[in-house]
Design a protein around this ligand. Sequence first.
Ligand SMILES: CC(C)(COP(=O)(O)OP(=O)(O)OC[C@H]1O[C@@H](n2cnc3c(N)ncnc32)[C@H](O)[C@@H]1OP(=O)(O)O)[C@@H](O)C(=O)NCCC(=O)NCCS
Length: 323
Amino acid sequence: MVVKLEPVGTEEYARDVLPDTFELWGDGRSYERYVEDFLAIASSVYGKRRPFTIGLREGGALVSSCKNYDRELRWDDLSLRATGIGAVFTPKPLRGHGFAAAMLGALLDAERDAGRDLAFLYSDIHPVYYERLGFFTAPSRLFTLRADALDGSPSGARPLEASDWAGVRRCFEALDRARAWSFRRTPLVWDWMRRAWNAPLPAGSQPVRLAVKRGRSLIAYAIGRRVLRDDTFVVDDFAYDGDDGRAIVPALLRAGAGDLRRVGGWLPPEPARDAFGRGSVRARKNGILMFAPLSPLGRAWWRENEAAIRGGRADATWSADHV
Ligand SMILES: CC(C)(COP(=O)(O)OP(=O)(O)OC[C@H]1O[C@@H](n2cnc3c(N)ncnc32)[C@H](O)[C@@H]1OP(=O)(O)O)[C@@H](O)C(=O)NCCC(=O)NCCS
């Protein structure tokens, strides 16, 4: 079989794929919101840099599809070109014929030929499926802790204002410099993340965007959602700058929780993971991080970091990295 990967137009994808994937990935949103969120990213500068949705056709019909986007991975002073894969989907009647495997194989070949160093994805199915295609699984966990176990002193947190975003970025970068490698948050990536965080939330969730300043400098921030049904402040992103910033994190997360009982979310990478109390940690069933090195540089990165990633007490990426 000659496998040909093709871009799938935004309209075609919205018309032919989204109705089938809504049940899986709607995540409490209305169908209209699900489509709107897809169109927002697909038509953003970030989504338009390359065909954002691609697929495999047979006899003109789309038999498998996925999303595909670029990220840069910083490793010390090196930059690696990473290709992100998401929303791998084959319509039910067509499953089990090898369409998704053929699409992913062709995509990895094309990305390797285009000079990309590694591929990554966040799997919602048993990772063995992607391991057969050459991906490695990285620990992927959730944390939960009792809000009243966190420092209850006043944090001085204030709602994040539009003018605070430059400070948020500086704060994240200060923390990120302590890491040997990470996905780089370029201005385009920040735009995309802000857009995702600013989108209206499903009923029963309230947005939380808090910042702590010392003088005019932002020293810590936390972004997430209060999910009332789960009695939990779900933390999507936070960072701190300096010892003062780090010391305020527990009180900041407690302020984010308000009167909810729990704080939780994806286990953040080191060193952020150590900025709050221990709580309980368990494996995630969704969003399991996987990597496939593609180039000699990608393989060198994996060889040198594999033990720390696999054996680490923290996850390797932030939940905000999951597009
Ligand atoms: C996963 C999926 C894309 C596979 O598509 P496909 O075209 O049938 O894939 P292939 O023919 O290449 O592979 C079929 C294999 O997928 C495996 N598979 C399907 N669902 C799986 C799951 N939840 N966990 C692990 N493997 C799974 C099957 O076991 C099958 O293996 P087998 O043929 O040895 O029994 C398809 O089942 C699908 O669209 N599922 C719903 C969307 C989804 O969850 N996507 C994954 C997002 S990370």
